[in-house]
Write a protein that binds this ligand. Structure first.
Ligand code: FES
Ligand code: FES
Length: 163
């Protein structure tokens, strides 16, 4: 099968590589670019463990052909804390026990980040609706919702203090 030339930006870094037309974005990220934050849970678009941002939208990268990301800006969990420090959402998940085994957490936080970009003052219902595509086998979701609500409050307080 003939390969295609793929150019994309991942976490702010320009990347160029050859991919087969059938290759999925999650495999290119993890296996070719060594970006292993996004996980593979179901590979059928159900669990959200592979969630990344592509051009400012949450996508399940097991459902996107790498070829579709040609020219795109992709951000993974690694790109949300580029200096290696915990960001507000990560801290909130830690403080409010939003994770147990942590397998779903990169996808949860990447999705929650986009949700809060789109709606900085969500209700609990908005959070539950916005996170409905991300599954967790451990937590029962209550603490995930609590973590995201806490992060939203902290981000809004910081924004107000800066104004
Ligand atoms: S691995 Fe992509 S949605 Fe489950
Ligand atoms: S924390 Fe274990 S799957 Fe979510």
């Amino acid at each position: 099968m003939s390969k295609m030339h793929l150019k994309l930006t991942v976490n702010g870094k320009a990347e160029e590589l050859l991919v087969e037309p059938r290759e999925l974005l999650i495999h290119v990220l993890r296996e070719k670019l060594n970006v292993t934050g996004p996980h593979i849970g179901c590979e059928t678009s159900h669990c959200g463990a592979c969630t990344v941002e592509m051009d400012g939208k949450s996508v399940k990268s097991c459902t996107v052909f790498a070829a579709q990301a040609n020219g795109a800006e992709v951000t993974t969990i690694e790109g949300l804390s580029p200096l290696g420090e915990m960001n507000v959402l990560q801290n909130a998940f830690r403080e409010h026990h939003g994770l147990q085994c942590g397998f779903c957490t990169p996808g949860m936080i990447t999705r929650a980040h986009r949700l809060l970009q789109e709606n900085p003052t969500p209700t609990e219902e908005d959070v539950r609706f916005g996170m409905a595509g991300n599954l967790c086998r451990c937590t029962g979701y209550q603490n995930i919702v609590k973590s995201i609500m806490a992060a939203a409050s902290e981000m809004n307080a910081a924004k107000e203090a800066a104004e």
